[in-house]
Design a protein around this ligand. Structure first.
Ligand SMILES: *[C@@H]1O[C@H](CO)[C@@H](O)[C@H](O)[C@H]1NC(C)=O
Ligand SMILES: *[C@@H]1O[C@H](CO)[C@@H](O)[C@H](O)[C@H]1NC(C)=O
Ligand SMILES: *[C@@H]1O[C@H](CO)[C@@H](O)[C@H](O)[C@H]1NC(C)=O
Ligand SMILES: *[C@@H]1O[C@H](CO)[C@@H](O)[C@H](O)[C@H]1NC(C)=O
Ligand SMILES: *[C@@H]1O[C@H](CO)[C@@H](O)[C@H](O)[C@H]1NC(C)=O
Ligand SMILES: *[C@@H]1O[C@H](CO)[C@@H](O)[C@H](O)[C@H]1NC(C)=O
Ligand SMILES: *[C@@H]1O[C@H](CO)[C@@H](O)[C@H](O)[C@H]1NC(C)=O
Ligand SMILES: *[C@@H]1O[C@H](CO)[C@@H](O)[C@H](O)[C@H]1NC(C)=O
Ligand SMILES: *[C@@H]1O[C@H](CO)[C@@H](O)[C@H](O)[C@H]1NC(C)=O
Ligand SMILES: *[C@@H]1O[C@H](CO)[C@@H](O)[C@H](O)[C@H]1NC(C)=O
Length: 640
């Protein structure tokens, strides 16, 4: 169990190391090779051609980065299904073998660069620059010469090729062509963009794609060189024959058998591959070592806070101070302790579950809904900052907290995904301020308030060290099928292990004034935000309105009266009109309002503790439905 998990995390790391080596090798070759200075294929938007059109690029899966449809799909901005369907691949999530043939669908357009340069035909593919990328390397390695660096420069005139910043979006023009609207003789429906390989000749290319030598010559002329892109006209897309046995990643030994049909070069190739395999094993060992180092460092960072609770920690308790080795073992035990609680998802599973993080699966922010093995989850996409949330959620396990089910680390995209239980009924915010507020009666609202308070009490009082959520708001409160509330989104919780202090985060309308002014973090800032949520529950108003007025400010102003009767009168005006439809006691409403107001005290120490709040709310619940005929609990009386 443990080893498979290490496996999960270490493989991308190893691939990363290989990428570095790979890039360096290619980089040193770059100077000696003759570079293809082709800036693109001119085109014209006349009535002879039909731009834009559907076209395909022939692409080969390559080790290490492009051995699955997800990463190749990302490279060309298409889904896995869009590749697997035309490529005769039945299971889009399985991994590929090196050199496995693929058809990538392209939308081929004729794009004018400027008046002097004219127009060239290409598929508009955008790519985000990563460390050490150059136009040349990305064109020749990632896109396998389906474009050239001079052409990349032409279509990105504003970019300085020698000064690229990581994350910058660059258009890589994948060369393509649209067929001419043809004579009767033959109708060519597609042009396949193909890069000539050293072992190719024109007849082998023609037979590979079921095309004619002459029609390839008609389109491309006669003198094309190895690694030149050419366009192969076909009437229909040929069906690729795929290897029937799809091995599991990584391909440590398989490449040998795949390339064995070439006779004379066989032995030389065998030797090269033999060396390659040895190299790979070497890298594997190095990778595992680095992985261990990195993970241990991370872990030290992860457990630093928990040092406070080492007495309670059965893994570390009593084993301190026995030298570094013992300590490392303990830390490893802790890693597995943390990881074992959670399922480690594969990025493929998540991509499949969310349709490649399609917008239709978006719940809110960066949270997607996805179904895996018949179970629905909420999947949150994050950058590396997920460790903080993971660390906190690891300690937090309470019925009023959204439960973390697992996570996924995608080294390649440096993304991290947290997978939560899916809470059916959405956020309190949408219930209060969007569609279905009429279904939220006072009893339900009070129950929700108590649930939130219980959740907060748990993190404030029962975790060591205490956790401050820092972003309590109605959109972070989720309601399950029984309308019980769960606190979600610990993304900001007690942030700043390695962040800049005084980095103010939170949501306008809920942020406690002392935090906004001085960056003071305490459990009392959650109490303040909770007070705002109580006001929302009572009033049905948003924490901040369209004009930017803060609900808590207006509430303090409205209820700044000593006269209880006047206060009651103002409350009736201020109340959510939905509550007026039902029978509930004014006493209960007033009680909750008073708790809310107390939470909003500008002086943190004067705000009630969460324990007091839970007590007071439960009392309100108790009184709320006591049928008392004191004359103020009937709707008729409450109404103005
Ligand atoms: C990027 O390039 C720098 C300097 O050329 C090198 O030190 C570093 O290892 C390279 N990193 C990767 C990931 O290739
Ligand atoms: C590429 O450059 C060479 C000279 O360096 C020139 O002879 C050739 O025509 C150029 N090819 C293209 C496609 O521009
Ligand atoms: C197509 O273009 C030619 C000139 O290039 C023009 O003479 C002809 O009328 C056009 N045909 C149609 C159907 O537009
Ligand atoms: C390419 O796509 C980008 C955004 O995806 C767009 O801004 C740009 O105009 C497109 N260029 C062409 C030539 O279609
Ligand atoms: C792309 O072309 C260059 C030569 O211009 C060659 O060295 C490189 O191997 C080619 N890339 C692929 C993936 O075939
Ligand atoms: C047109 O584009 C080409 C290629 O990017 C560039 O060399 C040339 O200077 C441009 N001309 C004008 C007038 O912008
Ligand atoms: C590189 O680009 C950055 C911003 O993208 C700019 O600040 C810097 O001056 C540029 N450097 C050079 C040498 O052009
Ligand atoms: C299409 O017809 C024109 C003249 O009608 C001819 O010049 C051209 O070669 C033909 N193209 C093909 C692909 O047969
Ligand atoms: C093309 O290559 C194939 C093998 O790939 C070979 O059988 C054939 O004779 C070659 N044809 C020419 C014209 O070189
Ligand atoms: C499609 O791929 C399968 C293997 O996945 C292969 O057996 C079959 O022959 C291929 N179809 C064609 C028409 O080549």
């Amino acid at each position: 169990m443990q080893s498979t998990k290490s496996h999960h995390i270490s493989i991308p790391l190893i691939f990363y190391l290989i990428t570095i080596l790979h890039h360096q090798v290619h980089h040193s070759h770059a100077q000696t090779e003759t570079q293809n200075n082709n800036t693109g294929y001119t085109c014209s938007n006349t009535n002879q051609t039909n731009y834009p059109c559907q076209a395909y690029a022939f692409y080969r899966a390559t080790s290490p980065d492009f051995l699955d449809l997800a990463s190749i799909g990302d490279l060309f901005s298409v889904s896995r299904l869009m590749i697997s369907n035309p490529s005769n691949i039945s299971s889009p999530s399985s991994s590929l073998v090196p050199d496995q043939p693929l058809f990538i669908p392209l939308t081929c357009g004729c794009n004018t660069i400027n008046n002097t340069f004219g127009a060239i035909s290409y598929a508009n593919i955008s790519y985000n620059i990563k460390l050490n990328d150059t136009f040349f390397l990305v064109s020749t390695i990632n896109y396998q010469n389906l474009t050239t660096f001079p052409s990349v420069e032409v279509v990105n005139p504003s970019l300085v090729p020698t000064n690229l910043t990581i994350g910058e979006s660059v258009i890589f023009p994948i060369f393509c062509k649209c067929p001419e609207k043809n004579n009767m003789t033959q109708v060519n429906n597609y042009m396949i963009s193909y890069v000539v390989q050293p072992s190719d000749n024109i007849s082998s290319i023609a037979s590979r794609f079921g095309s004619q030598e002459q029609s390839i010559r008609d389109v491309n002329g006669n003198d094309f060189q190895v690694y030149d892109p050419i366009f192969v006209p076909v009437t229909q897309l040929p069906i690729l024959s795929q290897p029937s046995v799809v091995p599991s990643p990584p391909p440590t030994t398989t490449p040998t058998s795949e390339n064995s049909n070439d006779d004379r070069t066989g032995t030389v190739r065998g030797l090269a591959i033999g060396l390659g395999v040895t190299g790979f094993l070497l890298i594997l060992v190095t990778g595992l070592w680095v992985y261990r180092e990195v993970l241990l460092k991370d872990r030290v960072w992860l457990v630093r806070d928990e040092e406070e609770q080492k007495k309670q920690n059965m893994y570390m308790g009593g084993k301190e101070g026995k030298g570094n080795k013992q300590r490392d073992l303990n830390l490893m035990a802790n890693v597995s302790d943390c990881l074992d609680k959670y399922r480690v998802f594969g990025i493929d599973e998540l991509l499949e579950a969310t349709d490649g993080f399609d917008e239709s699966c978006l719940i809110q922010g960066s949270v997607y809904k996805g179904e895996i093995d018949g179970e629905v989850y909420a999947i949150k996409k994050m950058k590396w900052n997920a460790y903080e949330e993971l660390k906190i959620l690891q300690k937090v396990n309470h019925g009023n907290m959204v439960k973390l089910e697992g996570f996924c680390i995608d080294e390649e995209e440096t993304n991290c995904y947290l997978v939560y239980e899916y809470v059916e009924n959405g956020s309190l915010y949408s219930w209060l301020h969007e569609d279905h507020k009429e279904n939220l009666n006072w009893k339900t609202r009070l129950r929700i308030a108590i649930d939130i308070a219980n959740g907060l009490q748990y993190i404030h009082e029962h975790t060591r060290p205490r956790v401050v959520h820092k972003d309590i708001k109605s959109s972070n409160i989720l309601l399950d099928s029984n309308m019980r509330a769960k606190i979600a989104n610990f993304g900001l919780a007690k942030s700043g292990m390695n962040a800049i202090t005084m980095h103010i985060v939170g949501t306008q309308g809920y942020i406690a004034p002392e935090y906004l002014a001085d960056g003071v973090v305490s459990t009392k800032m959650d109490v303040f935000s909770f007070g705002v949520v109580l006001l929302e529950l009572v009033s049905g108003k948003e924490a901040i309105d369209e004009k930017g007025n803060l609900l808590w400010v207006s509430a303090l102003k409205t209820f700044e009266v000593d006269d209880e009767q006047e206060k009651g009168r103002r409350l009736k005006e201020w109340l959510d009109k939905e509550i007026l439809r039902e029978t509930c006691s004014m006493e209960s409403l007033m009680g909750v309002l008073d708790i809310g107001i107390a939470c909003l005290n500008k002086e943190p120490s004067k705000r009630p503790s969460i324990m007091d709040i839970v007590y007071a709310l439960c009392k309100s619940e108790y009184t709320g439905f006591d049928i008392s005929y004191d004359g103020i609990d009937s709707p008729g009386v409450i109404a103005r």
